[in-house]
Design a protein around this ligand. Structure first.
Ligand code: 5GP
Ligand code: ZN
Length: 117
């Protein structure tokens, strides 16, 4: 666990958070400040700063694949299909990243418009 990483604390249960789904590699929680009717975060259990860092470390392909595999389970479980949904990974501050533990956003449950901010 990385020191002072809020998502590591959620993954490790130090900060309690309801899990929408879980796999051996990742968990899914609801975003605390939803930007759509349904807004989930897929968090890898292993700390890595960003998707760029994951690929730099040689673990990106496996990690992104596992995040999307769990996301696919969640969008079916939570009824986001067949209507549709959006996935987003923000990278570094200029890309809108505010929590520096890689995470995949899933937004849906309504007609999404424009771009994700
Ligand atoms: P980012 O801006 O880094 O792509 O996304 C971080 C997301 O994490 C934001 O949408 C924010 O609302 C969410 N978030 C930040 N802290 C917490 C928390 O303690 N619990 C949950 N469930 N979501 C959080
Ligand atoms: Zn972390």
């Amino acid at each position: 666990m990385a020191n002072d990483c809020i998502f590591c604390k959620i993954v490790d249960g130090v900060i309690p958070s309801a899990r929408v789904a879980e796999s051996s590699d990742a968990i899914v929680i609801r975003d605390i400040s939803p930007q759509a009717a349904q807004h989930y975060l897929v968090l890898p259990k292993t700390h890595v700063r960003s998707v760029a860092e994951a690929f730099d470390q040689g673990i990106g392909e496996k990690m992104v694949s596992s995040l999307y595999a769990l996301a696919h389970q969640v969008v079916k479980q939570e009824g986001l299909l067949p209507n549709g949904f959006r996935t987003v990974i923000n990278t570094e501050a200029g890309g809108g990243q505010t929590v520096f533990h890689l995470h995949l956003h899933i937004l849906g449950g309504e007609q999404l418009r424009g771009s994700f901010a």
